[in-house]
Design a protein around this ligand. Structure first.
Ligand code: 4NP
Length: 166
């Protein structure tokens, strides 16, 4: 079986920002015909919403951009994720404080960094938590993760797919 690049998006609840990141990035991969080369998943540092579908407001915002995230279910980040994924991309500095120590073990292989590192054209460095706000917050999340998804695609092409189908 060909080697798959694995990308994991991480936020706090795994019902708003990281499911939207997963949906948007999967959409970009399909557009590029790369869905067979890159596996995408998402997880939360907290466990309150485990098993839940993405927040309705996020589902609605994604649907307006032609992206269906309704089949996703929240799960919690686990130690094995650090060993399995090539990229673990978190949304804000609060996430960083939990993800970085977890992924410091000897078997960790993931590149752990803020997702917005891949959106250098945006002034924001964190994807703001939209949970307690209105639909505008979800629109901003979508704008930010769309921008970062394009940068991430380029990074994966450069570093992993140069001699293949990329
Ligand atoms: P997320 O948003 O981390 O983007 O999924 C949140 C979802 C739920 C909560 C906080 C943030 N919560 O406190 O339940």
């Amino acid at each position: 079986m060909p080697y798959m690049i694995r990308v994991l998006f991480v936020c706090l609840g795994n019902i708003c920002r990281s499911p939207l990141s997963q949906g948007v990035f999967e959409h970009v991969l399909r557009r590029e015909g790369l869905e067979g080369e890159v596996e995408v998943d998402s997880a939360g540092t907290g466990a309150w919403h485990v098993g839940h579908p993405p927040d309705e407001r996020g589902q609605r915002g994604a649907r307006k951009r032609g992206i269906d995230i309704s089949a996703q279910r929240a799960r919690r980040l686990i130690l094995e994720d650090c060993e399995r994924f090539d990229y673990i991309l978190f949304m804000d500095e609060e996430n960083r404080r939990l993800v970085e120590p977890l992924c410091r073990g000897p078997r960790s292989r993931a590149e752990v960094r803020p997702f917005l590192d891949y959106a250098p054209g945006r002034s924001e460095r964190e994807v703001p938590d939209p949970f307690y706000g209105g639909s505008k917050g979800f629109e901003l999340v979508l704008d930010l993760v769309e921008a970062a998804s394009e940068g991430l695609l380029e990074d994966i092409r450069e570093r992993h797919l140069k001699n293949g189908s990329g």
